[in-house]
Every structure is written in structure tokens, then in C-alpha cells.
Write a protein that binds this ligand. Structure first.
Ligand code: WT7
Length: 635
């Protein structure tokens, strides 16, 4: 939305100042750009000690009227979604705003016909196909709450998420292809449903022609369901603080947390940040490579872009199929202007020959984005040089499932970028650094490093953990009084730019010294032979704990391992200090990762401690096979 966009650095500074001095005025001006049935009585009401946070109380709206109906006047024939299939020989689908509006309304009636009412929970376990977008928006249209579970999770993980929020309906697909491998989603659902009694019905989208086992009286096909209902569905009028969705995120311990997002604030936050950070212009083609099963997909494939009237690309496949040039082929084919991906994908792609990039015309690109973890210097430059051809600003966007929307990020072409820095807070976001004693570090002390907390609420903050408000309070609001604690560490330079240094919960005490593993990993990553690494602690007779690194190197490295080990430790001594030197360095072919690309340090910690009898559930990993390999060659 052009009307939301900041257009100069000077304006950014003014807006930022306004957002801190008078947040209610600032956010009500932004919120006024959306469609409401009734405006709010109060912009913001909050108390972090409870914690209780309410935005736009008293307002009435439906988010799908902002994603769809509102665009029918001027953008009806504009493409809302371009879907790119796994197999490059299959045809793409282009869905206009009008078509999407009809499809969502039609499917909303299917939900109603299955007994789903306002407030009911619906679980979506689906591949990256337009029907996932349609199903989530159909839920929002009738006021049902969607809980999307990433379609790579195991039946156990699916069942526990269904049970936690007592979903009534499950929507899935029979099968999906990601890369060469077919995945039978329906079979996973059938297994999960043996242990998830709250589900009364299952609606199955037929993605492939393979025969599908259906349970009589419980399961029906998407297409058959559509035949039973008509295509018109008025939007349910909702309160701004009604639930929009629940999305599970893993905690450092214990069961996953069902983060609850509510309608009004989330809509305003996701759309405002989308419009600003990417500086989306009306004919742009925007592509975020995340899966909709993660918050990035919720906020920046669906809600933010559609509320802003953008064209958003959905990709069903993987970056490596049919070859490692697939992303660049799609950019070329669709003339993508905005490309938003994760550092782990960038590092994986950078390992392959540049010819896979150079074959394709990337001149349509205007803005590049990064999200999910700190982007190391080398990956940043590879992305900047080879993909952006040094002409595209890189927006390194720091945020979390809990924050709902981007918090610290450059605004493309408006605020300065700096390699490895998420840079400045977006308007409305008040980050602070906290020292070991729990005190706020004054800005005047810059450069400084500490734990990252946020001082005041922003519209898209998660309001609770579903069914467990106490855990919400304990996790985010108990570390420092009257602040939201992010769990991350950060460094701030003299101009106020933030660099996220990694989770601070990954701390190892070595000889009485409190060592964060993130800065050690950053030091190792500086070595030109290293692709990525993970550092964990293991018990040590003298030091209490010592450090163990798992390291991957580029394929063409022929240097002897012991020489590499020496150089890595020299680097660490130089950048972090001799205290952080590694006792063990194991070269591995890959690191165990979650589906969202986060390294599973829990498993590495066990291997390093020679305690591999019970590694826990590794079925949800992206690459479970790697664990056996690492175990075999453990030092
Ligand atoms: C954690 C949140 C935000 C959507 C995807 C992940 C890390 C995220 C960055 C970034 C450094 C980042 C943080 C954060 N993180 N973006 N640009 N630079 N670190 O959502 O799964 O809830 O994870 O991801 O550690 O706390 P999530």
C-alpha cells in the first residue's frame, strides 16, 4: 500500500520519533488505511505485568475483506497469487484477486457445511498449493481459527498440535511431490488421527491421481465438497481482538508453544511492515520462498502481501530440484522483483557452481531479503554480488513467530544496509539491550552488546500461548520487568544499528566463563574453507565444560584436517579469545536441521557428550540420516 510507505530516511526518523512519543496517534493513522466495519474505541491498552495487550479494542472487521473485497474495485483482474509447481514441466497457475475472492467464499461455505463456526479451530496440513491459501482465508472469512502445521512434520507432531488446540476439522492433500520424492500426506494424517479424537471430518485435496484411502463418514474430497454449496459467503464481522490463528513454535524445552495472533493488530502490523520494508510497487512480482507452515509464510506470503494488493508467488518445490538453479530459473521466468529467503538456503546454493546462477537473467530483481537466522558475512556478500549484482538492497529482517511481523530491518532503498546487520528498528519498535545484571545499557555506551528486549507493545505481538498464559508470562515477560524478552543477543553500533548475534539460551560455561556459542560460530565461519558450523558444550573433567564444533567445509577443500583445526582455533583466539578455543572439531557432511533451517543443537550436544542412547524424536528433522553419520565419526 503506497499510502503506508515511508519515502526518505528523513521521514523514517520522523515517523520513528512519532511512534515512540505518540504510539496511539502513529498507529491509528496507519490503521485508518484499512477497511473496518466499526473503528476502535481505544488504540492501545496494555499491561506487561499480567501480561495483557489489546490493540484497536472495540473495532469490528474481517481481515479477508482487507485481503480480497477491498481490492475488487481497482485490482480485480490483477494476479494475486502465482503458483509455481514442483515440476518445471507442469504449468504455473495465475489467480486474480476476483478469482481468489470467489474461491475463498466458495470454500468458506464448505467449512460452514461441515459444521465449522466462528471460534472453531481448523487444522491445515497441506503442501504449498493455492488451496492452502484458500483454506486459510476461508477460515478467516467465517471467523474460524486456523492452525497450520508444516506438512513435513511427523504424525506424532501433527497429533500433538491438533490435540493442544482441539481442532475439529483437518484439511489436507492426498500426496505431494517435493523434489523427486512423493510424500503421502493423507497416510500421515490417518496415523495422527488414531490419537487425535477432536477431529470429526477430514477434507482431502487431490493433488495427484494416486488412489487415496478414505475413511467412510469422516473423509471427503475437496472437489466433492465444493459441489454441495454455493459461492457467495458474507464475511463474519469480527472483533479486532478475536483470534485469527494459532501457530506452534518450538520452545527450548518441553512441548511446542501455540502462539496466538489476533486479527486487527496482526493485520496492521504485517501489512505495514510488508509495504515498507520491501517498498512494494504496484507491478512488482514478490516471492518469499518460505513455507506457509511458518510465520514467515503467514505474514509475508499471504496476509501482508494480499492486504497490500501485491502479486505473491507460492512455490511448491525445493531449491535443489531439478537442479540447484531452480530458484534463479523461477526468478527469470516470472520476472521476480522481490526475493526473500533464508541464510541457510543462500549458503546451500553458494556451494554450487556459479554457472547455475549465471544461466538465468536476474535483471528483474530490485530487492533481496533474508530471514530466520543471522546472515554471516560471506553469505551476505555472495547474495549481494551474485544475485543482487550489487544493485539490490538486502533487507535482513529480524523478527519471530511471537512478534508476528518484522521488528528490526532496513527499509529497502530508504535506510542504509550494512552486511550482517538487521540495522534499525522499524517504527513502533523499541528495542533495548540488557546487561548481565539485568540493567538497560544506555545508548551512549555504544558500541555495546547484550540481551535483546523490547520495551513497549507493537500491534502484531502474540497475545498468549494457547491454553497456557502462565507459560507466556514466564517465557517472555519474567526475565526483565515490564519488557518483552526475545531470547536473542544483539550488538549495537554507535549509529544505533543492531546485529543479532544469536540465541542467548545457547550458553556454555567453560572454566567458569559464560560463553555464548554464537560469537564463536561467527569466528569459525570467517574461515574461507568453512560453510557452516555449530558449537556446543560437553562435560570436561577440568574445565567443567569444553567446546565441541561440528563443521562443514566446501567440497573442493583439500587442506589436511589438522591444519584446518589449527587455523580455526587461531581465528577464535583472535576474535573471541583463547578461552573460547575448541577442544574438539569434527568435520561433517551436514548439520542436523529443523525444517525451518535451524540447527538442532540438542542432538549435537548429546553426540558431543557421548550420550547417544536417547536422541529424542529426530523424525521432524530435514535430514534425519545425517545424525547416524555424525554419530559414527564422533570424536
Ligand atoms: C528466531 C525466531 C522470523 C521468522 C522466521 C523465524 C532468529 C530470525 C533473524 C535475522 C538474525 C534471526 C532469531 C529469532 N532470527 N530472523 N534476520 N537475523 N536472527 O521465526 O522460528 O520464530 O525464530 O530466529 O534467533 O529469535 P522463529
Amino acid at each position: 500500500m503506497k499510502s503506508l510507505q515511508i519515502s526518505s530516511f528523513k521521514e523514517y526518523k520522523e515517523k520513528y520519533a512519532q511512534s515512540v512519543e505518540n504510539p496511539e496517534e502513529f498507529w491509528s493513522e496507519i490503521a485508518s488505511q484499512f477497511r473496518w466495519h466499526k473503528k476502535w474505541d481505544k488504540v492501545l491498552d496494555w499491561d506487561f505485568s499480567k501480561p495483557e495487550i489489546k490493540w484497536f479494542e472495540g473495532a469490528k472487521l474481517n481481515i479477508t475483506e482487507n485481503c480480497l473485497d477491498r481490492h475488487l474495485e481497482k485490482l480485480a483482474n490483477k494476479t494475486a497469487i502465482i503458483w509455481e509447481p514442483n515440476d518445471p514441466d507442469e504449468e504455473s497457475r495465475h489467480i486474480t484477486y476476483r478469482q481468489l475472492f470467489v474461491k475463498v467464499s466458495h470454500f468458506a461455505n464448505v467449512l460452514k457445511n461441515n459444521g465449522i463456526k466462528k471460534g472453531d479451530k481448523v487444522c491445515l496440513y497441506m503442501p504449498m498449493i493455492p488451496e492452502l491459501a484458500i483454506a486459510m482465508l476461508a477460515c478467516a472469512r467465517i471467523g474460524a481459527v486456523h492452525s497450520i502445521v508444516f506438512a513435513g512434520f511427523s504424525s506424532k507432531a501433527l497429533a500433538s498440535r491438533i490435540n493442544d488446540s482441539e481442532c475439529k476439522l483437518l484439511i489436507t492433500a492426498n500426496e505431494v511431490y517435493r523434489g523427486k520424492k512423493p510424500i503421502n500426506l493423507k497416510a500421515v494424517c490417518d496415523e495422527a488421527l488414531k490419537h487425535a479424537p477432536s477431529i470429526k471430518n477430514v477434507i482431502v485435496y487431490r493433488r495427484t491421481v494416486e488412489p487415496t484411502s478414505m475413511v467412510e463418514g469422516r473423509d471427503t474430497f475437496w472437489f466433492d465438497e465444493l459441489q454441495k454449496v454455493d459461492k457467495h459467503c458474507d464475511a463474519e464481522i469480527m472483533d479486532a481482538e478475536d483470534l485469527l490463528f494459532i501457530l506452534y513454535t518450538s520452545g527450548s524445552t518441553g512441548k511446542p508453544k501455540g502462539m496466538v495472533h489476533t486479527i486487527g493488530g496482526y493485520m496492521v502490523g504485517s501489512t505495514y511492515t510488508f509495504s515498507n520494508v520491501f517498498q512494494y510497487d504496484k507491478n512488482d512480482i514478490y516471492w518469499c520462498t518460505a513455507d506457509i507452515g511458518w510465520i514467515t509464510g503467514h505474514s509475508y506470503i499471504i496476509y501482508g502481501p494480499l492486504c497490500a494488493g501485491a502479486t505473491t508467488v507460492m512455490f511448491e518445490g525445493v531449491p535443489s530440484y531439478p537442479d540447484y538453479g531452480r530458484f534463479w530459473e523461477i526468478v527469470d521466468k516470472l520476472k521476480v522483483t522481490h526475493f526473500y529467503t533464508a541464510p541457510t538456503a543462500i549458503r546451500a546454493l553458494a556451494r554450487h557452481p556459479l554457472s547455475l546462477v549465471e544461466k538465468h537473467d536476474l535483471s528483474s530483481l530490485k530487492v533481496l531479503g533474508s530471514v530466520g537466522e543471522p546472515i554471516n558475512e560471506e553469505a551476505w556478500h555472495w547474495y549481494n554480488d551474485n544475485i543482487g549484482k550489487t544493485k539490490c538492497p538486502i533487507v535482513d529482517t529480524w523478527w519471530q513467530t511471537e512478534t508476528g511481523a518484522m521488528m528490526i530491518s532496513p527499509i529497502a532503498g530508504i535506510t542504509p544496509t550494512r552486511p550482517t546487520f538487521a540495522t534499525l528498528p522499524l517504527p513502533g519498535v523499541q528495542p533495548v539491550l540488557i546487561d548481565e545484571k539485568g540493567n538497560e545499557i544506555p545508548f551512549e555506551n555504544a558500541p555495546s552488546e547484550g540481551r535483546l528486549a523490547i520495551k513497549a507493545p507493537w500491534p502484531s505481538i502474540a497475545r498468549t500461548i494457547y491454553g497456557n498464559h502462565q507459560r507466556y508470562k514466564d517465557t517472555y515477560f519474567s526475565a526483565f520487568p515490564n519488557m518483552y524478552f526475545t531470547g536473542d543477543g544483539a550488538y549495537r553500533d554507535a549509529t544505533g544499528n543492531f546485529r543479532i548475534t544469536g540465541r542467548v539460551d545457547d550458553v556454555v560455561i567453560v572454566s567458569g566463563h559464560n560463553l555464548g556459542t554464537a560469537p564463536i560460530e561467527n569466528a569459525i565461519d570467517e574461515h574461507e574453507a568453512i560453510v557452516e558450523c555449530a558449537v556446543v558444550g560437553f562435560p570436561h573433567d577440568i574445565k567443567g565444560n569444553a567446546l565441541y564444533a561440528f563443521v562443514t567445509t566446501y567440497d573442493n577443500i583439500e587442506q589436511p584436517e589438522d591444519e584446518l583445526r589449527q587455523e580455526i582455533n587461531d581465528l577464535i583466539t583472535k576474535t573471541v579469545g583463547a578461552i573460547a578455543k575448541l577442544d574438539k572439531i569434527q568435520f561433517v557432511s551436514g548439520l542436523p536441521k529443523t525444517r525451518s533451517g535451524k540447527i538442532m543443537r540438542r542432538i549435537l550436544r548429546k553426540i558431543a557428550s557421548n550420550d547417544t542412547s536417547n536422541l529424542g524424536d529426530i523424525s521432524t528433522l530435514l535430514n534425519p540420516d545425517i545424525v547416524e553419520n555424525i554419530k559414527k565419526s564422533a570424536l
